[in-house]
Write a protein that binds this ligand. Structure first.
Ligand code: GAL
Length: 690
């Protein structure tokens, strides 16, 4: 976080509004009705470059001045967007070098959005001009409180191959490696005679004999470079706003690929913002996934957002059915679902929730991405639901705002492994399966869970907040990262690894050491041999040994997708499970190593929910609400707390009512009702118990 801001001191609702899409006669009524719903902040402007600068060097603030004046009269505050996600036609025609180019070498022309590249000096210059003019014009506007930079960096496309990008990549590499020898060494270019003898031979990935199959070490650097390019690009705008409008806060929205949002937020922003469309769960879900979490799965993404900013803004909260003209994306939220998703965001740390959008445009690509209002503007079910939420938060908001999400377990992720794992299928896809399996196992047992992003500079203090860290399939592991984890475990922490851990360095080259490489000392084992598991899921199984002293029975689970056959190398290692089939039947599949005051687990395969559940019970992880609340698996528990105590958010994602028991008397902050004993929470219902 860049500087203290009061933006998130209160819990507030907002809405996205595009005055440029509507006749001026509608504005006053729109703002009046927003205020009446309990909305206090409005995001505007983020795509309106052709309004603000209709021709090069000609600036026009009239339309927005009028609209903002009216908004201000209705007591509304404004988040101003910089419009750089949509360079206008005059700009791309005159300066075609600002356009992005795709991997196949085709220029991405004007016509949708995000058609620019981050490295064109001309584009940075033109962005600096429009942002400076806007900041100068609006720095003293009484309604404006903050800025959103651009819109959703790396949405729609997260690869950049314009001439400016190739040139900037070369410079980036020169800074990073200093010499071609060092670059050749890092990328292993002696393999297949890829050795570079002149910097002009070096490019971002390009077409190969077998399609897009770049050198893997280059490809990892390419993603690091894209991320740095976004941050440099954003910095140009942020620096101008901080210089000219220092009283305003600055954020940006979206969580997309090839961008280190943690670093961007630390270095540039006051807080991070996310766009939450839980109905994307119906689109992105793997059809073969067992017992999917659907919209509840969004909570895990929100935990990543929280790892960037403990309190954050949801800059776009789904408020209607959605699709583009050529996409039938999202069913209409059922009665109660919009309220449920609003509290899902709040439960996970959002202190500002901005609905997308007030009313969708009657034209353009997104004319079916509906918001709170329908085109006719008559009161509808979604408006009534929003009004109810506004009323509830007017009462409950102050108590919630100062609290922070509380978890004792974190699932660890890191950018290098994610970026490398997009290409390297020997570890990347495993991470997503294990992460989902763990999240399901934890959330269905009502064990709140954070995401922890392991980075250079992560401190022991950050790790020590957690009783257990789940860090599966971290193929890339430096000795420094391993040393940090060793310190954490020696002081009493628990780390859970899984197959394919620790065997690559930060160039994504393999160590010449027994697996699990950098994690070997901590785990006290080596990997005797390994194999991928071909064929049906659960083709190989494992036997979990009973532990009578802890009252844990023997069990059998799948040993999914990849098997590391483990060899204990130390007396401190205990075998927890063995493989049940194949030529390595009877050999260790899961081990636990006592290390200092803590323990390091190695799970030899890729997790499914049942195997994650085995580890949960053997570690002794329990719901913090144990003994206070008895909850059915379909209800999510989230806890936000401050010195005044915990707030229990109970979220029912099912359409049917859920029965639960409160062992202690509690008050529902949203209704003021006192509750105790067995109660029924309605379908899509929410309680916030104090
Ligand atoms: C977001 C974007 C919005 C709008 C919305 C619906 O990704 O920021 O501008 O496009 O999706 O598609």
């Amino acid at each position: 976080m860049n500087q203290p801001t009061t933006a998130l001191d209160h819990l507030r609702l907002g809405v996205c509004y595009y005055p440029e899409h509507w006749k001026e006669e509608l504005w006053a009524d729109d703002f009046r009705r927003m205020a009446e719903l309990g909305i206090s902040i409005v995001r505007v402007g983020e795509f309106a470059w052709s309004i603000f600068e209709p021709r090069e060097g000609v600036f026009s603030f009239e339309l927005f001045d009028k609209a903002l004046e009216l908004a201000h009269q209705h007591g509304l505050q404004i988040i101003m967007g910089t419009p750089t996600a949509t360079p206008p036609a005059w700009l791309t025609q005159k300066y075609p070098e600002v356009l992005n180019v795709n991997f196949n070498g085709q220029t991405i022309e004007h016509g949708l959005r995000r058609h620019y590249n981050y490295n064109s000096p001309k584009y940075r210059e033109l962005c600096a001009i429009i942002v400076r003019r806007m900041a100068e014009h609006y720095r003293d506007h009484p309604a404006i409180v903050g800025w959103q930079i651009d819109n959703e960096f790396n949405c729609e496309i997260s690869e950049f191959y314009s001439p400016a990008d190739h040139a900037a990549f070369r410079e980036w590499l020169q800074r990073k490696y200093g010499s071609l020898e060092a670059l050749n060494e890092a990328w292993g270019t002696v393999f297949w005679s890829q050795t570079y003898t002149d910097w002009s031979q070096v490019h971002l990935s390009r077409m190969t004999t077998a399609g897009k199959q770049p050198n893997p070490h280059l490809y990892l650097d390419e993603k690091r470079f894209i991320s740095d390019s976004v941050i440099d690009f954003a910095k140009v705008q942020v620096d101008i706003i901080r210089e000219i409008a220092p009283r305003h806060w600055v954020t940006t929205n979206g969580l997309f690929g090839h961008l280190d949002s943690h670093r961007m937020t630390d270095e540039l922003l006051d807080f991070f913002s996310y766009d939450s469309y839980p109905q994307f769960s119906t689109i992105f879900q793997d059809p073969n996934e067992e017992s999917p979490l659907a919209d509840r799965g969004w909570s895990q993404t929100l935990s990543t957002v929280r790892s960037i900013s403990p309190q954050f803004c949801v800059m776009e909260q789904q408020a209607g059915p959605g699709g583009w003209v050529n996409r039938l994306d999202m069913p209409s939220p059922k009665p109660g679902q919009m309220r449920l998703w609003t509290y899902q965001s709040i439960a996970h740390g959002a202190n500002m929730v901005v609905y997308f959008r007030w009313r969708t445009a009657t034209f353009g690509h997104e004319m079916y991405w509906h918001g709170l209002n329908d085109y006719h503007n008559r009161e509808n079910r979604r408006i009534r639901e929003a009004r109810g939420i506004g009323r509830e938060l007017a009462e409950a908001g102050a108590r919630i705002a100062s609290t922070l999400y509380k978890a004792e377990v974190a699932i660890v992720r890191d950018y290098d492994n994610e970026w490398d794992g997009e290409y390297d299928v020997w570890h990347g896809p495993f991470y997503w399966q294990s992460r989902t399996a763990w999240y399901k196992a934890l959330t269905r047992r009502h064990i709140p869970c954070d995401t922890l992003c392991l980075r250079q500079g992560t401190t022991l203090e950050e790790l020590r907040k957690y009783k257990a860290l789940i860090y599966p399939h971290a193929a890339i592991m430096t000795d420094e990262a391993a040393a940090l984890l060793e310190e954490y475990v020696s002081q009493g922490g628990i780390v859970v690894f899984a197959c394919r851990t620790g065997y690559k360095d930060d160039r994504a080259q393999c160590y010449m050491r027994p697996f699990p490489g950098a994690a070997a000392k901590l785990c006290g084992i080596s990997v005797e041999e390994f194999t991928m598991v071909k064929g049906t899921r659960a083709a190989v199984r494992m036997n979990w040994l009973s532990d009578e002293s802890a009252g844990i029975a023997a069990a059998d689970t799948a040993a999914d997708r990849f098997n590391d056959v483990l060899l204990p190398e130390s007396d401190t290692v205990e075998i927890i499970a063995t493989y049940a089939s194949d030529h390595y039947a009877g050999k260790p599949a899961v081990t636990r190593n006592a290390f200092g005051q803590g323990e390091a687990w190695y799970y030899g395969a890729v997790f499914d929910e049942a195997s994650a559940a085995q580890v949960i019970s053997r570690i002794g992880l329990q719901s913090p609400a144990e003994g206070i609340l008895e909850l059915p698996p379909q209800v999510e528990l989230a806890i936000r707390e401050d010195a005044a105590g915990p707030l229990y958010f109970l979220l029912n994602y099912a359409e049917e009512p859920a029965e639960m028991t409160l062992r202690e008397a509690k008050t529902d902050l949203l209704t003021g009702r006192k509750l105790q004993g067995t109660i029924s929470l309605e379908g899509f219902g929410v309680l916030v118990l104090a």
